[in-house]
Design a protein around this ligand. Structure first.
Ligand code: KG4
Ligand code: ZN
Length: 340
């Protein structure tokens, strides 16, 4: 069966077609980053309006790429939450309008479930059960995943998400939005011995995280620095920041694997694209003999493929879950643990 997926929770409009038997057929993405860059972050109203402009042309694009007509679609999956309310409403209304017109069953999808399952789209997909580290702009969570809809939260951030810490620290260093890739590139030139920044909650006996203090440490370094920060100073701070964040993430993943006696770690979300995090996790995996899996780089950040794929997995597991129900509501705040 062919599932259309529509993602519109933040600043990316993503559409994709997934075949429940053969996998991803086509996907297309429009990123609004350039539009939001001049404001230093996402402007929700502008995001909603732009999703309206992009959704249908992207639909035509994925259909053409898969060489299919819209009548070939068997079900429509869309991001119901969490995310920006207005942005979610655009995706949900386009999805449900199409569903009504084509008489198709609907699958409202949790955005984080999309991220969580995105590594299963890779050429070397992990088997259940596994530990998942979900590191995005809005969330940082460690989970035990036993199957579709079987998610046990082990711990999460108490304040800023990892991606948020990247973005805010980058802003303090005068880098453009989104700060993750920018700070990561800069850190490559940095001296690891220049700044030892705090590793928040590294030794806490739980699986929670806290990154706002790390961002404040960056602010303190910037403020106390005599004179203007040179490019090398900025690179050194970036390096200190990334090393601290990676240390904490890697340590908590290792403890989660040890305590649950699992040996598969699966990374998801935008920060999963980070080179330093991947290097840290790969080194730990080689040393402690566990397997680590990542999504393809293009599926780390928001995209339609992960939503179509999550829809396809759910449809396969329980066809009755797809409902001919076009009265939609969005869930801007929606804990993943509520899913079943
Ligand atoms: O998963 P995502 O696209 O959106 C949310 O659902 O939040 O993640 C976006 C986040 C941003 O904070 C961005 O700065 C971060 O992922 N990010 C990165 C990298 N690429 C994206 N952070 C560090 N290194 C990267 N290469
Ligand atoms: Zn996301």
């Amino acid at each position: 069966m062919i599932v259309l997926g529509i993602e519109s929770s933040c600043d990316e409009t993503g559409l994709a077609l997934v075949d429940t038997e053969t996998g991803l057929l086509s996907h297309a993405l429009y990123s609004q980053i350039a539009m939001h860059q001049e404001y230093g972050g996402v402007v929700p109203e502008l995001a909603s309006r732009d999703h309206i402009r992009r959704a249908l042309p992207l639909l035509e694009q994925v259909l053409a790429e898969a060489n299919l007509k819209k009548e070939a679609i068997d079900a429509i999956a869309y991001t119901q939450g969490p995310g920006l309310a207005g942005a979610l409403l655009v995706g949900a209304s386009v999805a449900c309008g199409l569903g009504l017109a084509l008489n198709l069953p609907m699958l409202p999808i949790h955005h984080l479930e999309g991220h969580l399952l995105s590594p299963l789209l890779a050429s070397r997909p992990p088997q259940f059960p596994f530990i998942s580290l979900l590191v995005s702009g809005g969330h940082t969570q460690l989970m035990r995943v036993d199957g579709i809809g079987q998610y046990t939260l082990l711990g999460e951030t108490l304040d800023d998400a990892a991606g948020e810490a990247f973005d805010k620290s980058a802003k303090l260093l005068g880098l453009t939005y989104p700060g993750g890739p920018a700070i990561s590139r800069l850190a490559e030139q940095g001296d690891p011995a220049a700044y030892q920044l705090p590793r928040p909650m590294l030794h806490s006996k739980d699986f929670n995280f806290s990154f706002s203090g790390l961002k404040t440490a960056v602010l303190t370094v910037v403020k106390n620095h005599p004179g203007v920060l040179t490019e090398q100073d900025k690179a050194n701070v970036a390096r200190g920041f990334v090393d601290a964040l990676v240390d904490v993430l890697v340590a908590k993943c290792c403890t989660a694997l040890r305590q649950t006696k699992l040996n598969r770690l699966v990374i998801a979300g935008g920060v999963g694209a980070n080179n330093q995090l991947r290097a840290g996790l790969n080194a730990a995996a080689a040393k402690k003999r566990f397997e680590v899996y990542y999504p393809e780089l293009e599926f780390c950040t928001d995209n339609g493929a992960m939503i179509a794929f999550a829809g396809a997995m759910r449809l396969k597991a329980n066809p009755a879950e797809a409902r001919y129900d076009y009265g939609f509501t969005v869930r801007p705040k929606w804990p993943l643990a509520e899913l079943s």
